[in-house]
Design a protein around this ligand. Sequence first.
Ligand code: SIN
Ligand code: FE2
Length: 217
Amino acid sequence: MNLDLFDHPDFHPSWREDLCPGAVVLRGAALADDRELLKAIENIAIQVPFQYRATPGGYAMSVAMTNCGDLGWVTDSRGYRYQSTSPETHRLWPAMPDIFRTLAVHAAEEAGFKDFQPDACLINRYQPGAKMSLHQDKDEEDFGQPIVSISLGLPAVFQFGGMERSDKTQRVNLTHGDIVVWGGPARLRYHGILPLKAGEHPLTGQYRFNLTFRKAV
Ligand code: SIN
Ligand code: FE2
């Protein structure tokens, strides 16, 4: 790990990698804000602790989740959905911190999506072995708005596929501070995360965190 990277001076990504039309990785774009982002995640998790939710089919997910913003993504036997309250606390999700919104909106702009208005931020926490199977993000009302995904902590392998589950996937290493944006023609592409390899990150220990910003309604 090159610690000099933590001194990244401003938002501008160190480099960009196009995955396909509509999808781009902005390498290191969240580095300058990493500590502030992690502090905010900690603060949110104090109010609404991470939960291991079940899929509608009854499988326990290996990724622990919480949310902030007007709406949060949840899953249980009733299905996948967005709701304004936490199923555990029955209270509104914590507000989306300004630093979250600013970074997500800038990243979307950088990727060519003006006027991104995220109202939901799903916070995923991966421990070694945790994975996210290939899926499409399609519980949102307006596919005209992109997805912005910020990676923090341990590195992971992001699978980025096509419009069909069976399409070939690209494997993209996502490391601390990387931001992926996909929208437009790429909005409904299948994607997932391979089982997290064990490791130790100077800021997050044995975890990877992922912030996924969406406009849900
Ligand atoms: C997701 O697709 O919800 C998560 C992606 C990631 O963890 O990078
Ligand atoms: Fe997703």
